[in-house]
Design a protein around this ligand. Structure first.
Ligand SMILES: C[S@@+](CC[C@H](N)C(=O)[O-])C[C@H]1O[C@@H](n2cnc3c(N)ncnc32)[C@H](O)[C@@H]1O
Length: 271
C-alpha cells in the first residue's frame, strides 16, 4: 500500500470510529458549538438565494442539514464509511431530504462528481488538513463552480497561540507541532494519520489568481481551542467574553491569519 492509500485508509478508520459519537461530542463541547455557529453565520453572509452547495468532508452532515433547512441544496461528500452511514440515517429523518445528496468520495477525486456545477464549495473544520498539498483538491474547483461561484474553507493554520503557550507547561512538542513540514501525527480514536497545517498565504496561493479573497477571519483566537474543554466549564463567564472578543475582531489584520482555525472565503473570477 502506498503512503496516500495508507493515509486515506487510516483517515477512514479513524473517522468511522469517531462517527458514532460525533454529534454528541459536538453538542456537548461549548467551544465547538460556538465555532460552528460562527462558520454558519459567515457562510450565510456569502450564500445567494437558491445556491447549490458542494460540501467537502461533510462528516455526519450537521452543516448540510442546517443549510438544507434554510432552503439550499447540498451535495455532501466524505471519505469515511461511518460518516456516510451517519449522514444517511440523519437525512432520511428530515423533511427536506430531497435537497440533500450524499456521495462517498475523497475531495482529491472530485472528478467523480461528473459534470455538475455548484455555486458554493464548503469545507468545515479542517478536513482539508488531512492532505499535504491543497492543490490535490482545489485543482477541481474551477470546473465545478458556476460563474462567480464562491468557496469557504475552514482550515487549521500553523500559528495557534493557545497551543503555543503550552510551551510554558513544558509541552514543547505539542506547542510547535503545527510547524512540521512533514505533517504531524493525529490520533483519533487510537488510529494515527498525518495532519498538515496551511497558512492563509498558502491557501490564497493555492487557489491562485482566478480567485478573489472576499474575507479572511480567525476562528478561535482568544477563545481557547475546543480540546481545552476544562476552561469553558471552569470559567464560563470568561469564555463568553473571549467568544465576544473573537466575534468583534477576528477579521482584523493580522489577527485574521492565526488561531485554532481560519475561515477563508473567496470568489471564482473565471468563466
Ligand atoms: C473533523 S471532521 C469535520 C467534519 C464536518 N465538516 C464537520 O464540520 O463536522 C473531518 C472530516 O474530514 C473527512 N475527510 C478527511 N480526509 C478526507 C478526504 N480525503 N476526502 C473526503 N473527506 C475527508 C473525514 O472523514 C471527516 O469526516
Amino acid at each position: 500500500m502506498n503512503s496516500t492509500s495508507l493515509q486515506f485508509n487510516n483517515v477512514n478508520k479513524a473517522f468511522t470510529l469517531q462517527s458514532v459519537n460525533y454529534d454528541n461530542y459536538d453538542k456537548e463541547n461549548p467551544t465547538l458549538t460556538w465555532m460552528r455557529k460562527q462558520v454558519q453565520k459567515n457562510v450565510l453572509k456569502f450564500l445567494r438565494l437558491n445556491d447549490k452547495i458542494l460540501e467537502l468532508n461533510s462528516g455526519t452532515g450537521i452543516d448540510a442539514e442546517f443549510f438544507a433547512e434554510k432552503g439550499f441544496t447540498v451535495h455532501c461528500t466524505d471519505l469515511s464509511d461511518g460518516m456516510i452511514g451517519q449522514m444517511k440515517k440523519k437525512f432520511s429523518a428530515t423533511n427536506f431530504s430531497d435537497r440533500l445528496i450524499i456521495q462517498q468520495c475523497s475531495f482529491t477525486e472530485l472528478d467523480k462528481i461528473g459534470n455538475k456545477k455548484f455555486d458554493f464549495i464548503f469545507s468545515n473544520f479542517g478536513g482539508l488538513n488531512c492532505i499535504p498539498d491543497l492543490r490535490e483538491s482545489t485543482k477541481f474547483f474551477p470546473s465545478l463552480l458556476n460563474k462567480n461561484g464562491r468557496v469557504c474553507l475552514v482550515i487549521l493554520p500553523p500559528v495557534c497561540p493557545w497551543e503555543m503557550i503550552q510551551v510554558f507547561r513544558g509541552k514543547i512538542k505539542f506547542a510547535f507541532r503545527r510547524f512540521s513540514n512533514q505533517g504531524t501525527l493525529a490520533n483519533v480514536e487510537g488510529v494515527k494519520f498525518k495532519t498538515f497545517y496551511f497558512s492563509s498565504k498558502n491557501v490564497t496561493n493555492t487557489l491562485g489568481p482566478g480567485f478573489k479573497i472576499l474575507r479572511l477571519e480567525s476562528l478561535g483566537l482568544f477563545t481557547p481551542s475546543p480540546q481545552m474543554e476544562k476552561i469553558p466549564k471552569k470559567f464560563p463567564g470568561l469564555t463568553k467574553l473571549l467568544n465576544k472578543t473573537d466575534e468583534k475582531i477576528s477579521h482584523l489584520f493580522p489577527l485574521n491569519r492565526i488561531g485554532d482555525h481560519i475561515i477563508i472565503t473567496a470568489e471564482y473570477q473565471g468563466t
